[in-house]
Design a protein around this ligand. Structure first.
Ligand code: ADP
Ligand code: GN1
Ligand code: MG
Length: 364
């Protein structure tokens, strides 16, 4: 699809003038463009066509992000030397005073200041970077812990609810809309054999042993920007910030920060959870949140990466069986390849579980 990016850019109140716009980043959900402005001393922008098939209520979604970014910016302003334009996403208002617009074809768009001089990693190659990522998420969670104004909207209901995700998988296997279910019998078996164990976090929540907090819910490492010196800079992609368990954020960050290969690696022998990266991320994270977590939350941190990696595997597999309606794909079997890679990563975590537990125990 080709969009007239200049026309869309002009719906928003900006300093600079449009020079050009290019697709940007490797997100799986929205269409993201970097907009360069003509003036060298003015900000560039990130313009996003929002996926309103996935996020069904854009006004609520944007209201969440407005609240979260205002709260974070207020906090940052109290910290001497902080750079509010780079350490927090900055939404750009439209000429009619909203944080999003609808174009003449009915597409929803929003715009942020482009965070300059950042680094973004799909694969993490050093403990220092993993540590910084952990600090960024820990700090993000701590800063949001006292956000006033009541709960955020649930932008995607039951997003990490593994019981519901498994029910959807079963439903899609039975429906088998594109005739792929038989070809993934082995992956389905891998999923089923672990299903019961994965419900523990939900059970702890229901029993009141772990609290719902404000969590990010999509902490894959490329949603954590580092600065030019590879220090924690900004947590982005705030679409799913809503009530959740801390395990979801810890787990998703570990899923992506510690994998020695890509999320969609075809050569499964390259996929491993690197325990040194696990230790470093955990150190960074717990250095910011250590005191706020209760004992049960801490006890189950080491299990969180299994749960989230498994959940993402289930979601990729479900989307494959469903005929690829959710995640952006780059080739026909992409979702299957992703599901296989994630299942392999779950096995690697299982092999190292005792060590993961002992690291968390020592750090807490
Ligand atoms: P998706 O939900 O599709 O992943 P994101 O909001 O994460 O969308 O944006 C996609 C990518 O665009 C990010 O991974 C990041 O590389 C880049 N990006 C998003 N917002 C900004 C920003 N404000 N400044 C710089 N880069 C950004
Ligand atoms: C999507 O938006 P993005 O690309 O950062 C997805 C996450 C998955 C991830 C897998 C809203 O994240 O839940 O973990 O892909 N986001 C949504 O890479 O579904
Ligand atoms: Mg993203």
């Amino acid at each position: 699809m080709v969009y007239n990016l200049k026309e869309i850019f002009d719906y928003f109140i900006t300093d600079g003038t449009f020079l050009n716009g290019e697709p940007y980043g490797s997100g799986h959900i929205h269409d993201t463009f970097r907009i360069e402005t003509a003036e060298k001393d003015k900000d560039d922008y990130i313009l996003q066509r929002l996926n309103n098939k996935i996020f069904k209520n854009i006004p609520e979604l944007q209201q969440n992000i407005e609240r979260v970014t205002i709260h974070l910016r207020n906090k940052l302003e109290q910290i001497p030397g902080s750079d509010t334009k780079r350490e927090c996403l900055c939404l750009i208002p439209s000429h009619d005073g909203k944080s999003w617009i609808i174009d003449k074809d009915g597409n929803y768009w929003r715009m942020y200041i482009f965070i300059s001089n950042h680094r973004s990693y799909n694969i993490v190659d050093s403990p220092d970077k993993a540590f910084e990522g952990g600090k960024a998420i820990g700090r993000f969670q701590a800063m949001l812990s006292d956000m006033p104004g009541g709960p955020l909207f649930e932008t995607i209901p039951s997003f990490h609810n593994i019981e519901k995700r498994l029910n959807t998988l079963t439903h899609k296997i039975n429906e088998d809309p594109v005739g792929r279910a038989d070809s993934v019998a082995e992956e389905i078996k891998q999923v089923h054999k672990r299903a019961e164990d994965m419900k523990i976090i939900l059970k702890l929540g229901l029993a009141g042993k772990i609290p719902l907090r404000i969590t990010h819910n999509d902490t894959k490492f490329n949603n954590i920007l580092l600065d030019e010196y590879d220090k924690a800079l900004c947590v982005i992609d705030l679409d799913t910030v809503m009530p959740g368990y801390v395990h979801y954020d810890f787990g998703d960050a570990i899923r992506t920060a510690t994998n020695t290969a890509s999320e969609d690696e075809t050569d499964l022998s390259k996929i491993r959870m690197d325990i040194n990266l696990f230790r470093a991320y955990s150190e960074g994270y717990l250095s910011e949140t250590g005191d706020t977590l209760n004992d049960v939350e801490k006890e189950f941190l080491a299990f969180a990466p299994h749960l989230i990696t498994y959940t993402i595997a289930v979601r990729f597999l479900t989307d494959y069986i469903d005929g690829d309606n959710y995640f952006k794909i780059h080739h026909k079997h992409h979702n299957l390849q992703r599901a296989r890679a994630q299942l392999r990563l779950v096995s690697s975590m299982e092999e190292q579980y005792e060590e993961m537990r002992s690291i968390i125990r020592k750090l807490t």
